[in-house]
Design a protein around this ligand. Structure first.
Ligand SMILES: [Cu+2]
Length: 168
């Protein structure tokens, strides 16, 4: 991991007093611990390269439904990933209410944080590794789409969609 190397390099090149050395060592061991979380260091970097990235955006009253009303929606609501590889999901929410991506079959139940300032999205990131292949329905599990009594939560393409997992 670059951070561990940079940490050691920084430690060696800096002239530190005792407190500085201690702080440097603490910082380095924290990084080493983080590397341990990825099992072995070499595997951790291989895992990062193997990681799949998904970017989603959430907006309130953004997509017109067949009822002619505007509904809360994820964009995209459907995405496809490959089995047995970590998926890093980054969600930008421009909405002032929390939402979720809930898919029990994939053991997913992730709250998506609401934005605090209008126009500035809240960023939620999480990682999961799908082990089974198939097409899995997800829903937002937190009451939303208030103007339409939660209609979007039951309708794929809005506050619901499909995660397709294809064989590795
Ligand atoms: Cu929602």
């Amino acid at each position: 991991m670059a951070t561990l190397f940079d940490g050691l390099k920084g430690l060696a090149s800096r002239k530190l007093d005792r407190r500085g050395v201690l702080a440097g060592l603490v910082g380095t061991s924290a990084v080493a611990l983080a590397a341990c979380g990825g099992i072995a260091q070499s595997k951790a970097s291989a895992g990062a390269a193997n990681e799949q990235q998904v970017y989603l955006t959430v907006m309130g009253s953004i997509k017109m439904g067949p009822d002619g009303k505007m509904h809360d929606a994820f964009t995209p609501a459907d995405f496809s990933v490959v089995q047995n590889r970590p998926v890093k999901v980054t969600v930008y929410s421009y909405d002032d209410a929390p939402h979720s991506i809930t898919a029990p079959a994939l053991k997913l139940n992730q709250v998506i944080a609401p934005r605090k300032t209008k126009g500035t999205p809240a960023v939620t990131t999480f990682t999961f590794t799908p082990t089974q292949t198939g097409k899995f329905l997800w829903n937002c599990d937190l009451p939303c789409d208030g103007d339409a009594n939660g209609w979007a939560m039951q309708n794929p393409g809005y506050m619901s969609g499909y995660i397709t997992v294809t064989p590795a």
